[in-house]
Design a protein around this ligand. Structure first.
Ligand code: G1P
Ligand code: ZN
Length: 544
């Protein structure tokens, strides 16, 4: 008897438009009959039969992950994929998916994750589709998926395809094989290629390196344990909260100063390890701390660029660097000093892929705690930790000394982000519309005692495929080296979130408290946008 393939009639959902990073919805929305199946089928429909050879599937372990993985596998078999690679326990970090796609030459991968959004039965779920280069689907592909989802009338599933994903192994179903793999092995190999593990091991063995890594009960626990403790010899207990949990232990796995309070407290001690770090739900973000010191992601990117020669992957020199537009311009200064290109892209990792593939950049990052290199096409949390460890091993300096030196050489971009959550969607849209109009006429306008010297709505023309992305955030440049950026988030699942990014350049006297220092400019930014008038909200819900 052949394998039963069910052709299931379905009704399209109208809201399956991927955002900054895949489709994110509440678990409740994803649990509606057909919601998950429709979206997975819409992804598969964008792949012609000749591109259905190999698919990677895995997720961050949050609630609904196992069930969604089982459905995805049964649908992949029904849709003619010949090999489906899945991580044991349906676990794979986002960088590990990118790594597997590349090393196994798969046609794509499905990441079951809502990244840094809260998990659990009352939390969020998400699906990201990565293409054959290992990177997030570009906008053109996402638009095609969305188009498909609005017209979908049937999906295909093979109900007999049920595999035990708890142990590595292979399972055959007609013309398809489901291969269950150790989630860490391939990723570990990728990192072994780009770092000098012996040197790092020596650093830990001689006591020159020490680390505290908080996996926040999300996906990076098993990865960090194996890499940092088992492989590099960081002392046992260096990795904490290492068991992935369906609700992330009730924590919010978004590694910032607010959510990683225990780690921040731990690193406040004079006897704390040299490096403190954390990652998010799916392992692509990173938080970097020194003893009593927080490194902003923008400064982290600049320090990495500055010390590229300490990292074996970059020893031949950086081809170029890139940052998302709202990320501070610290890395631009380093790039200029090194005489290399620095690209400014819209928010979202997908915009970096073309630059990597064309060999225009080797390193990039975002202010939202994301850094990555040309070894993958995703941002990579643990990679960033090994990058910092490599720099610490090579220079023998502390985290804070490295950042102070960056500021001393290039000046400091004092940086803050103010988030206004849970705004009414229409009111937030009206405010952005007002602000775009304001920006169009803002040049040489005086606001209180300040002058706006330039303003625009950011648009991007991809230097490789010349694709255009419009409406990517509003920028105001003031006469005193202050830049204000406004954009709406594309990852939330309820209402709208406005992000205001405040950057203030200081050449000297750089040791200020960023929060305090940017408070006045934050208020100015809110006044300019008339946030209270449009939304009734007068203060940000989160300042990072
Ligand atoms: C946020 C970040 C962005 C990042 C994305 C996925 O998107 O701002 O830099 O690429 O998460 O991690 P946003 O919610 O701002 O659209
Ligand atoms: Zn993430």
């Amino acid at each position: 008897m052949g394998l039963e393939i069910k052709d299931v009639a379905t009704t399209p959902f109208t809201d399956q438009k991927p955002g900054t990073s895949g489709l994110r919805r509440s678990v409740k929305q994803f649990s509606q009959p057909g919601y998950l199946e429709n979206f997975i089928q819409s992804i598969f429909n964008t792949l012609p039969m000749e591109r259905r050879n190999m698919l990677v599937v895995g997720g961050d372990g949050r609630y609904f992950n196992r069930q969604a993985a089982a459905t995805t596998i049964a649908m992949a078999v029904a849709n003619g994929f010949s090999r489906i690679i899945v991580g044991c326990g349906a676990l794979l970090s986002t960088p590990a998916v990118s790594s597997l796609i590349r090393s196994r030459r798969a046609d794509g991968g499905i990441v079951l994750s809502a990244s840094h959004n809260p998990g659990g039965i009352n939390g969020d779920f998400g699906i990201k589709f990565n293409t054959a280069n290992g990177g997030p689907a570009p906008d053109t592909v996402s638009e095609e998926i969305f188009r498909n989802s609005r017209q979908l009338t049937r999906y295909f599933i093979a109900p007999q395809v049920q595999v035990n994903i708890n142990l590595p192994g292979e399972f055959s179903f007609a013309d398809s094989v489901v291969e269950v793999v150790d989630p860490v092995a391939d990723y570990r190999q990728t990192l072994e290629h780009v770092f000098d593990f012996d040197r790092l091991r020596e650093g830990f063995a001689k006591g020159r390196l020490s680390v505290r890594f908080d996996a926040m009960h999300a996906i990076t626990g098993p990865y960090a344990r194996e890499l940092l403790e088992d492989c590099l010899g960081a002392c046992s207990g260096s990795v904490v909260n290492a068991e992935p949990r369906e609700d992330f232990g009730g924590q919010h796995p978004d590694p910032n100063l607010g959510n990683a309070k225990t780690l921040v407290g731990f690193m406040a001690a004079k006897t704390a390890p040299l490096l403190g770090a954390a990652s998010d739900g799916d392992g692509d973000r990173n938080l970097i701390l020194g003893r009593q010191f927080f490194v902003t992601p923008s400064d982290s990117l600049a320090v990495i660029a500055e010390h590229a020669n300490a990292i074996p992957q970059f020893r031949a020199g950086l081809a170029g660097v890139a940052r998302s537009m709202p990320t501070s311009r610290a890395v631009d200064r380093v790039a200029a000093a090194k005489g290399i290109d620095c690209f400014e892209t819209p928010t979202g990792w997908k915009f970096f892929s073309n630059l990597f593939d064309a060999g225009k950049i080797s390193l990039c990052g975002e202010e939202s705690f994301g850094t990555g290199g040309d070894h993958l096409r995703e941002k990579d949390g643990l990679w960033t930790v090994l990058v910092w460890l490599s720099i610490l091993a090579e220079t023998g300096e502390s985290v804070s000394a490295l950042v102070q030196r960056l500021w001393h050489h290039h000046g400091r971009f004092v940086y803050s982000r103010h988030d206004f959550d849970h705004l009414d969607t229409d009111q937030a849209a009206a405010m952005m519309m007002y602000l775009s109009g304001f920006a169009a006429n803002a040049k040489r306008t005086h606001i209180k005692d300040r002058q706006i010297v330039a303003a625009d709505v950011f648009r991007y023309i991809d230097p490789v495929d010349h694709g255009e992305s419009h409406n990517q955030g509003i920028r105001l440049f003031l006469d005193d080296d202050v830049r204000l950026v406004y954009r709406l988030s594309g990852t939330g699942t309820a209402g709208a979130t406005l992000r205001i990014y405040i950057e203030n350049y200081l050449r000297d006297n750089v040791n200020v408290d960023a929060r305090q220092f940017n408070r006045g400019n934050g208020q100015l930014a809110a006044d300019i946008a008339r946030i209270e008038h449009f939304t009734g909200v007068c203060a940000p819900s989160l300042v990072t």
